[in-house]
Write a protein that binds this ligand. Structure first.
Ligand SMILES: Nc1ncnc2c1ncn2[C@@H]1O[C@H](COP(=O)(O)OP(=O)(O)OP(=O)(O)O)[C@@H](O)[C@H]1O
Ligand SMILES: [Mg+2]
Length: 700
């Protein structure tokens, strides 16, 4: 955030001038004078020393230096309110064994199931609101609704941030989410992950950015593992707790007014859970953020860290208020907590309809409904906060985002073997294997004409089929990008551009891996046409890459995408022009010859390989109707002396092969096919990453 912004924000909040805001003003980089001084300092002192000086100054004031550094970025009050929000879905039609009944129920209007029955609440900056409830109470549905998560069903009610109705723009600019599953870029270190996020979020000078990254790492206790790779299921890296803190670190960089966390403590041990919750509480105060989280079975220590608690059951509120007021309230309505009990467990047991008498749960819910009916329990506890900061924007410079993403994905490509490097190695292995098996085809002679044709076909078909692994990797990438787009870190266009920039040279490299050793090193292919051959080949690989990318976003489950990819590949291979004659295939299947790339690629590659060469075993013979002869011993395998004669002979058998130069046309067709897949991918990715589900205003 710029210093100008800080001062603007601090001025804005001046009427409510809290001590916090003043501290922020003191420690912030607001004042022009200070800013100039700082820049002058930055010129002479390296960023690390600058950061250390800042930290020492803060430490000498007896505060948590890292947290204060963050607090200096946030001096604006915020208030999230939600009023009477309801969520309902159409009941799923379950198959009960009777097909007719199933079909008729599927066609008929389905009954509506209400999941949230009008939830009202609010959270102010500096507070943590914990949404608790037994399994199935509606916690995830409520947080999804507040975070505009796109899902089926109808959501109605009022969600406002600082008095303004929550929409996609407001959410992206002022809110951040930390999902339950920590999905990071496995091959980046902790520091790199935070640094790239800072590059994407913040438009501030480099040394300030470095200071911010260091502060966030220190705040989250990640300095010790800053240079450890994140890791994934296949190689170990950060621990579960560290990954959770890394998710938080990234969310903090965006300076959100409201931070949403779904089950931030699940999967962590009691000590890690308590420390995360304590941190959230401190953070809410220090950075003046409103925090909303769902939580499952908190320990007493964790429970005591909450400011406000919302207890849900069966989609209704059983209690909402200060954590300390919960037990007195339940005592008042006749439920005294037994001694030595975890208060959270006691409350959850009280409203767990699955294990407690449902009537007793209904009574607890009815008591709260009565209380709510009497007075607006959550009438905003402080005076309403109105107006959002106008200059509170993330970095939206597309060129900078693209440059950062190219650096990030370039690094990932080198470190993560699953997308490109692994395939390059596989290409070399598989293609060298084919060339060794077809070793006799090295000789350009009549008996090897078909063997060379098949060798070419294996080289096209098998590497293209390995695009199937890309479906899986791109699917994971898609979900990571989707989260980043939602949190306002980048735009889908920047990602698509960066992806294209990285993809093109890598595909050319993959093509070189597939062809260079096996065809040009071993199989004695025609070297003069190497570059044209490699280019046509690379375009074919690119088309399959686009198919893989399209399928990676078309299906939530990557396995389905992989299956469809294989189907597309099977069809392409079948329609390559050699296995079945185009004229013999019935409509509409015949269209497969035209809209799939393999036939076009194969035709051009054969032309480039055969046309300028000669084959032994045949002699030019002007008296022969075909212009060549092979002698009486070799009638069946006699294709021609020149490459063009060979291509014509093959063309007699295989309709798609020709001695005419169609390379330009074939390349054009393949590029057009790839472009169609690319446009479909762009459309789907943009649509899906930007999709939100707005909470509709209730009908008057
Ligand atoms: N699309 C849907 N169709 C039908 N029922 C749904 C749908 N989505 C959620 N539900 C139901 O709504 C209820 C609330 O679900 P939700 O996931 O919010 O529970 P939760 O409180 O988060 O539980 P947990 O603690 O187990 O995560 C559950 O009974 C669930 O089965
Ligand atoms: Mg849940």
């Amino acid at each position: 955030m710029s210093s100008a912004h800080h001062s603007a924000v601090t001025e804005c909040g001046a009427s409510r001038s809290t001590r916090r805001a003043l501290t922020a003003r003191r420690t912030s980089t607001c004042g022009k004078k200070k800013h100039t001084e700082r820049l002058a300092m930055a010129d002479s002192v390296d960023p690390e020393s600058l950061q250390k000086i800042k930290m020492r100054k803060m430490a000498s004031r007896g505060s948590n230096p890292a947290l204060e550094l963050l607090s200096s970025n946030q001096a604006k009050n915020s208030q999230l309110t939600f009023k009477d929000v309801k969520y309902s879905v159409e009941e799923r039609v379950e198959f009960t064994g009777n097909v007719q009944d199933f079909v008729s129920r599927s066609i008929a209007k389905k009954p509506i199931k209400t999941i949230l029955h009008g939830i009202t609440g609010s959270v102010n900056s500096g507070e943590v609101l914990a949404i608790m409830g037994p399994s199935g109470a509606g916690k995830t549905c409520l947080i999804d609704l507040l975070t505009l998560e796109s899902k089926n069903g109808d959501s109605v009610g009022e969600v406002r941030l600082n008095g303004e109705t929550m929409n996609k723009d407001i959410f992206t600019k002022f809110c951040a989410t930390v999902p339950q599953q920590d999905k990071h870029w496995a091959f980046l270190t902790c520091r790199e992950t935070v640094a790239f996020a800072a590059d994407l979020y913040l438009d501030i000078p480099k040394e300030e950015k470095t200071a911010r990254v260091d502060a966030v790492l220190a705040t989250m206790g990640l300095t010790g593992c800053a240079d450890t790779k994140v890791g994934n299921a296949f190689f170990s890296g950060l621990s579960g707790g560290q990954k959770r803190r890394l998710s938080l670190a990234i969310a903090l960089l965006s300076n959100p007014l409201v931070l949403f966390l779904d089950e931030p403590t699940s999967g962590l041990d009691a000590a890690a859970a308590a420390s995360i919750m304590k941190f959230l509480k401190d953070l809410a105060v220090a950075a003046n953020i409103a925090i909303v989280c769902t939580i499952h079975q908190p320990s007493s220590a964790v429970y005591n860290g909450f400011d406000r608690v919302m207890l849900l059951s069966k989609g209704r509120i059983a209690f909402l208020g200060a954590a300390a007021e919960a037990l007195p309230y339940f005592r008042e309505i006749g439920h005294q907590m037994p001694p030595n009990t975890n208060p959270a467990e006691f409350m959850l047991d009280l409203v767990n309809a699955e294990f407690t008498d449902p009537e007793s749960v209904d009574e607890v819910l009815a008591e709260w409904a009565k209380k709510e009916a009497k007075s607006d329990v959550d009438a905003t506890r402080r005076e309403p906060v109105v107006g959002l900061p106008t200059d509170y924007v993330h970095c939206t410079n597309c060129a900078r985002q693209v440059a950062t993403l190219v650096r990030r994905h370039g690094k990932l490509t080198i470190r993560d073997p699953t997308l490109y490097i692994g395939r390059m190695v596989m290409f070399i292995n598989a293609c060298v294997f084919f060339s060794i098996i077809y070793i006799k085809a090295r000789d350009r002679k009549q008996t090897q004409v078909l063997a060379r044709l098949w060798l070419t076909l294996w080289h096209i078909g098998v590497p293209a089929s390995l695009g199937v692994v890309a479906v899986h990797t791109y699917n994971e990438e898609y979900y990571a990008i989707k989260r980043e787009v939602k949190n306002g870190m980048l735009s889908p266009v920047s990602y698509l551009l960066a992806n294209f920039v990285i993809q093109v040279p890598l595909i050319i490299l993959m093509a070189m891996c597939a062809l260079s050793i096996s065809l040009y090193g071993i199989a004695n292919y025609y070297g003069d046409n190497y570059f044209q051959f490699m280019l046509v080949y690379a375009i074919n690989l690119w088309v399959y890459e686009r198919v893989a990318q399209l399928l990676s976003v078309s299906f939530a489950n990557p396995l389905l995408g992989m299956l469809v990819f294989l189907q597309v590949w099977f069809a392409s291979f079948l329609f390559n022009g050699v296995l079945v004659a185009e004229d013999d295939v019935v409509w509409p299947f015949r269209v497969g010859f035209s809209i799939l790339p393999l036939k076009w690629c194969f035709r051009s590659l054969l032309y480039l390989e055969y046309s300028d060469t000669t084959f032994s075993g045949a002699e030019i013979d002007a008296s022969d109707s075909r212009g060549f002869t092979c002698g009486a011993d070799n009638i069946l395998q006699c294709y021609g002396r020149t490459g063009k004669q060979v291509l014509d002979s093959l063309g007699d058998n295989y309709q798609s092969i020709s001695s005419a130069n169609n390379v330009g046309k074939d390349v054009g067709i393949m590029l057009a096919i790839g472009a169609v897949f690319m446009l479909m991918h762009i459309y789907l990715l943009t649509k899906k990453t930007k999709a939100v589900k707005l909470v509709k205003s209730p009908q008057p």
